[in-house]
Design a protein around this ligand. Structure first.
Ligand SMILES: [Zn+2]
Ligand SMILES: [Zn+2]
Length: 278
């Protein structure tokens, strides 16, 4: 995939093709006036279950056409990349399946938003806490640990199946789970799950993202800042400084034109502090 040669990039964004709040042209215009040099569109992929957040199958050709039109429009000013944030649901549906492998995309993001409940039904565990908390009770028999373990299991199987370049917000479940149990991220079992995901993603050569979408509202990045130092493969002599913007991308996951760079500058600044403190 095409890696950034500048800090003025974002590889993760949404538009009206899924749950974003502006057309592609509006997002591109905002990104360009913010001084972005590389802008990646990554609508939530189509999925074979009911979802208000995901792009419809019929819209995919229209999306690809519009992306190619905007690519031309911004040529020489801002590099436009065409991607998708592909939902991993099960071994039957994820970035690895033929449908996504055959789409002409510049790169692919693999993300877990849905977790299978005890009855094998995929439930969206992303999004607002109130909804998550209701689903925890109604769909998961109140078993928070079950959700968290399943979430990381989905991440691991998605990584094992492959077919994508960038691992989207790999500890996103921590936002909602820590609202139920504020200590969850300090438990040994939780940390073991996260370590496993990091190790497998590193070994598979997958690029991590630091997702800055929630930083202004929740003061939290995905992955959490406490995990950044774990991302380099020290056995191969990697350092944080060596892998920033190469094996780690800092993405805003913007859904609104006014948020194209939201949290990115703060993350980059904190990243440099982390490098100094290493
Ligand atoms: Zn996502
Ligand atoms: Zn996203």
């Amino acid at each position: 995939m095409i890696l950034p040669t500048t800090e003025r990039y974002n590889y993760h964004s949404h538009t009206e093709f899924c749950d974003g709040r502006a057309p592609m042209s509006g997002m591109a215009a905002a990104a360009c006036s913010e001084g972005m040099e590389i802008w990646g569109f990554s609508p939530h992929s189509p999925i074979p279950v009911e979802s208000g957040c995901n792009m419809q199958f019929e819209a995919v050709p229209i999306y690809l056409e519009e992306a190619s039109r905007i690519k031309g429009e911004y040529e020489g000013r801002m590099k436009i990349l065409t991607s998708m944030e592909i939902d991993y649901l099960s071994t039957e549906w994820g970035p690895h399946v033929d449908y996504f492998q055959k789409l002409p995309l510049d790169y692919r993001i693999g993300s877990v938003h849905f977790v299978m409940n005890q009855d094998g039904i995929p439930i969206d565990c992303d999004g607002r806490f109130e909804r998550f908390n209701q689903r925890l009770k109604d769909s998961f028999r109140g078993d928070l640990r079950y959700i968290v373990e399943k979430f990381y299991e989905q991440e691991l199987i998605m990584i094992e199946r492959g077919g994508f370049d960038v691992l989207g917000h790999f500890d996103k479940i921590s936002a909602n789970a820590s609202m139920v149990d504020p200590e969850i991220e300090n438990t040994g079992w939780y940390q073991a799950l996260v370590d496993d995901v990091i190790r497998h993603a590193r070994d598979a050569g997958i690029i991590f993202e630091i997702n800055t979408k929630a930083f202004n509202d929740k003061g939290r990045f995905f992955p959490n800042r406490s995990l950044w130092k774990e991302l380099p493969d020290k056995s191969k002599g990697e350092t944080l400084e060596g892998i920033i913007h190469k094996k780690i991308l800092i993405n805003s996951d913007a859904h609104y034109p006014e948020k194209v760079n939201c949290g990115r500058d703060e993350a980059i600044k904190l990243f440099h502090e982390e490098i100094i403190n290493q």
